[in-house]
Every structure is written in structure tokens, then in C-alpha cells.
Write a protein that binds this ligand. Structure first.
Ligand SMILES: C[S@@+](CC[C@H](N)C(=O)[O-])C[C@H]1O[C@@H](n2cnc3c(N)ncnc32)[C@H](O)[C@@H]1O
Length: 250
């Protein structure tokens, strides 16, 4: 059984501050090749996962005045998937990330859209309480230095009855899980290091997934942070999965 982890702990990080700094530097270093690597290493399945996640929230996205925050948006692919589901003048969608280099790429890709971008730390969001109707995060939440603080901050900026969707990697079981682990722990770090030219981030990825709470534990933590109707839906044999929750009405 895994012990209860506070949050991400990249190699050499000694406390939450150094962990957050290491994560930001890591993503900044791979920003130029991030999209290419994502698509190559996931065989383009990442696009399906973003699409599946976005369509779960159509009931909010189609609302004229809905406010949507995509946390840890990186180069923006989850944000774009959300944007494709809203009509003209419908939900306002904002992507937030603390890596300037990742956000810059999102902004270039998003030219001509109504999406907006902000440089912000997911653990200290510059928004008032109850501001958003939906907060999503794809493959970013796992990198936070404090998962419970991250969930509480998401709950804080959500309006009562607002929803949260966290898409992240999982650890599939059985034979598929065995084959996948060989790929994820050996092949992926080797290709990632070769293509990005940066040693480290692609070894950190499987280590961070291994460290991440199990679905049952995550759902318990979401409950504790003030979410109800919490659920986890596995995608592609559990290689990824979507956590959902509704912010409690106080
Ligand atoms: C794996 S990328 C995911 C990007 C994008 N959501 C996607 O699906 O491709 C993780 C992102 O989370 C961001 N991130 C990690 N910790 C963060 C924090 N505390 N605040 C804001 N962004 C953070 C990183 O800068 C990085 O861009």
C-alpha cells in the first residue's frame, strides 16, 4: 500500500518550494518540443482523452455566462478541446499555468480564438471565491507540490454547484498493465530524452504517476476538500482517467 503523499517530489527537491521550482523549470525546458513529444509518446491518444474530458462538461460549456478555468494548461490542448465545444459568445474560458514558456506557446496556438491565458500558480490562484463554474486540469494536477491544497484551491474558486474535472495518468492492471509499464518506465523515458534533448523530465513522468494517489484515495481527498458526487472514469484501460466532483453547496 502507498503511504499518503503530500504532492509531487521531483528528484533533488527538498521541500514544496523547491519541488514547485523544479517542476516549473522542467516544463520550461521541454516547452519547445512538448506538443510533438506528447503526440508521439501517446500515439495521439492524448487528443481522444482531452476530447472525452471536454464533452463531459457540455452542460456547463454551452451556458452563455459560464466561467471556465483550465488549470496547468501548458500549451493549451485541453483548453482548446473545451473551446471547441462552446458556441460563439458562450462560456468564457481561461487557461492558467506557471510556466511562461508553455503559456507563450498556448497563446501563439490560440491566436484568433476567444480563449485567454494567465500566468498563475495553481496553489495560489488570483481569483475571488466562487468565481468559476468549471475547473479542469489535464496531466497537471499530479505535478502540484500539495494535492490537498490544490483541491482546496479548486474548491475555493468554484461557485457552489460548480464542477471539477481532473484528467491524469493511472496505472492499468493485468497483462495490459504489465506491457504498458515496460513502455512507460523504459521506452518512453528513452524516447522522451532523445527527442527533447533534456535528461530528467521523462524519467520524472513514470515516477510521478507511481507516486500519485490511487483513484480511491484521490476520491477520498476530493470528498475531504468539499466535493460531492465524486467519481473516476478510466480511459483506455486505465492508462488515464477522469476524476470528477461537484463543489458542495454550503
Ligand atoms: C504535463 S503538462 C500538461 C499541460 C496540458 N494541460 C496538457 O494536457 O498537455 C503540466 C503543466 O502543469 C503546469 N504546472 C505544474 N504545476 C503547476 C502549478 N503549481 N501552477 C500552475 N501550473 C503548474 C506545468 O507548468 C505544465 O505546463
Amino acid at each position: 500500500m502507498k503511504s499518503r503523499v503530500v504532492g509531487a517530489a521531483p528528484h533533488a527537491a527538498t521541500d514544496q518550494q523547491s519541488s514547485a521550482r523544479a517542476v516549473r523549470e522542467m516544463f520550461t525546458s521541454i516547452a519547445p518540443r512538448y506538443d510533438l513529444l506528447n503526440h508521439v509518446l501517446s500515439c495521439n491518444i492524448d487528443r481522444l482523452w482531452w476530447w472525452r474530458t471536454a464533452r463531459q462538461f457540455d452542460h456547463i460549456l454551452k451556458h452563455r455566462n459560464a466561467r471556465v478555468l483550465d488549470l496547468c494548461c501548458g500549451t493549451g490542448d485541453m483548453t482548446f478541446a473545451l473551446g471547441r465545444r462552446v458556441g460563439e459568445g458562450a462560456a468564457q474560458i481561461l487557461g492558467a499555468d506557471f510556466s511562461h514558456a508553455m503559456l507563450q506557446r498556448a497563446a501563439v496556438k490560440g491566436r484568433g480564438t476567444t480563449l485567454r491565458w494567465i500566468e498563475a500558480d495553481a496553489l495560489r490562484l488570483p481569483f475571488p471565491d466562487g468565481h468559476f463554474n468549471l475547473v479542469t486540469s489535464a496531466f497537471g494536477f499530479r505535478n502540484l507540490a500539495d494535492y490537498d491544497a490544490g483541491l482546496r484551491e479548486i474548491a475555493r474558486v468554484l461557485a457552489p454547484g460548480g464542477e471539477c474535472g481532473i484528467l491524469d495518468f493511472g496505472e492499468p492492471g493485468g497483462l495490459i498493465g504489465h506491457a504498458y509499464r515496460v513502455y512507460f518506465k523504459r521506452v518512453l523515458p528513452a524516447i522522451g530524452t532523445l527527442l527533447s534533448g533534456v535528461r530528467g523530465p521523462y524519467a520524472y513522468l513514470p515516477a510521478s504517476v507511481e507516486r500519485f494517489p490511487s483513484p480511491d484515495e484521490m476520491l477520498g481527498r476530493m470528498h475531504q476538500a468539499g466535493f460531492r458526487e465524486v467519481s473516476w472514469t478510466p480511459y483506455t484501460f486505465g492508462i488515464a482517467g477522469l476524476y470528477r466532483g461537484v463543489r458542495l453547496n454550503f
